[in-house]
Design a protein around this ligand. Structure first.
Ligand SMILES: Cc1ncc(COP(=O)(O)O)c(C=O)c1O
Length: 437
């Protein structure tokens, strides 16, 4: 007879069963339960989860309203391929989403993930413009499927051995103030990034051949890089000038993460197409490519499709998610707690010279680690050690950055001041431990 299932032993053996391309990412916590900002594991530990499943459970784990909505739908039916049938949660959702999206974003193609939402955005842009070119940005991350990986450039390991990629993709420099070769002020950063885009037009592809400029309004995996306002607005102008579509990848920045529902609103920029996912249904798989009716109605019957996209349970959960964000005034909480976090980071920066920069918007907050006394030499070893120390002290954060030199915290947007302070204390202790103070 087979021995009883031993969960902890199975986790220890997981590398035998899961592709190493995925499973070698740490820390493989053996979760058994999660509630609010806390995650509980089979070995009896409780963690303050400031990853939110990488910006997904924005309302914390198991928000009762979201669970109730999902449960209610599950009792009715859990799948019906959209098209063959229709369902009420989806029809309610397509009415509710335009109320919180940037103006005119009122037509949807639902999929299951961020990468799919990006794929849809690229396909839609090429389809309606009849142009091949896509311009993305250095350090960007858009997902792992082929189209999404083709516009991703944050790490060579995400691309190596996969060539050839989807053709006609070009990369321009992102507005990364801390590492801008011309200087950190807005004028220099815009000269570098928007000037770099002009060079792409001059040397690589004429703007008349470009379907879309695809950009993360705040780079996520790239290191929570917050561009100056003028960057996204500058891109908008370039798009208007040349009839190019502006795609905002709001997969990570959406659903309250930046202190507004979407970063488009935080930065005052109007997209033509958006990709949204992650926080859309607080943990149920759902994503969408979004555009105006005028644009999307040009996407003719049968030219794009899905089996699972727009799942009824996920749509019901998404509706509840939108309600909770509004009812609990979570955008305001996100802004206030984000500022509290950053203020704590600034104090730590004053104490620990290995913190090169602290930055963030809303509750996307990060610190970039450098070798103390160097000219901003990235310090991925310090980032790893800090995260491991935090983990030992029951705080879960996550890595980012071109060199793995950034640690980011992504708490639920209903996080409390006590939880933020607890995280800051743990971070301080961890920094102290690795600095040998
Ligand atoms: C900005 C951005 N776009 C796309 C994706 C891909 O999303 P998914 O992992 O759901 O495919 C991610 C995931 O981290 C992301 O941060």
């Amino acid at each position: 007879m087979k021995a009883e299932f031993d969960y902890l032993e199975a986790v220890a053996q997981v590398r035998q069963r899961l592709a190493p391309s995925l499973a070698e990412d740490w820390p493989l916590l053996p979760a058994v339960r999660a509630e609010g900002a806390y995650l509980y594991t089979a070995d009896g530990c409780r963690y303050l989860d400031f990853t939110s499943g990488i910006a997904v459970t924005n309302l914390g784990h198991g928000h009762p309203k979201v669970l109730a909505a999902a449960r209610e739908q599950m009792e009715k039916f859990s799948h019906s391929a959209v098209g063959i049938t229709m369902h009420e949660p989806l029809l309610r959702l397509v009415e509710a989403l335009p109320e919180v999206l940037p103006s005119g974003m009122n037509m949807f193609f639902f999929g299951n993930s961020g990468a799919e939402a990006v794929e849809g955005a690229i396909k839609l842009a090429r389809y309606v413009t009849g142009r091949p070119g896509i311009i993305a940005f250095e350090g960007g991350f858009h997902g792992r499927t082929y189209g999404a990986a083709s516009v991703t450039s944050v790490k060579a390991k995400y691309r190596n051995h996969y060539e050839p990629f989807v053709p006609s993709v070009y990369f321009a420099p992102y507005a990364y103030p801390y590492r801008c070769p011309l200087g950190e002020d807005e004028e220099s950063v815009l000269a570098w990034s928007l000037g770099g885009l002009q060079k792409v037009f001059e040397r690589l592809i004429l703007p008349s051949q470009v379907a879309a400029i695809l950009v993360e309004p705040v780079q996520g995996e790239g290191g929570y890089i917050v561009p100056p306002r003028g960057f996204l607005q500058g891109l908008r102008q370039v798009c208007d000038q040349h009839g190019i579509l502006l795609i905002l990848d709001e997969v990570q920045t959406g659903f309250g993460r930046t202190g507004q529902m979407f970063a488009a609103q935080t930065f005052g920029v109007q997209p033509d197409i958006m990709s949204i996912a992650k926080g859309i249904a607080n943990g149920f798989p759902l994503g969408a490519t979004v555009a105006s009716r005028e644009l999307m109605s040009q996407w003719k019957a049968g030219s794009h499709g899905t089996t699972f996209g727009g799942n009824p349970i996920a749509c019901a959960a998404s509706l509840a998610t939108l309600e909770v964000i509004r009812e609990e005034n979570l955008l305001e909480n996100c802004r206030v707690m984000g500022e509290r976090f950053l203020e704590g980071f600034r104090q730590l920066q004053g104490e620990y010279p290995m913190i090169g920069e602290v930055r963030g918007v809303g509750l996307m907050v990060a610190m970039e680690l450098i070798v103390p006394g160097s000219d901003k030499t990235p310090n991925p070893e310090a980032a790893t050690q800090i995260l491991e120390n935090c983990l030992q002290r029951s705080l879960l954060g996550y890595m980012a950055g071109l060199f793995g030199q950034v640690i980011r915290f992504i708490p639920p947007i209903n996080v409390t001041a006590e939880q933020v302070d607890e995280a800051l204390t743990i971070l301080d202790d961890s920094l102290e431990a690795i600095s040998g103070k």
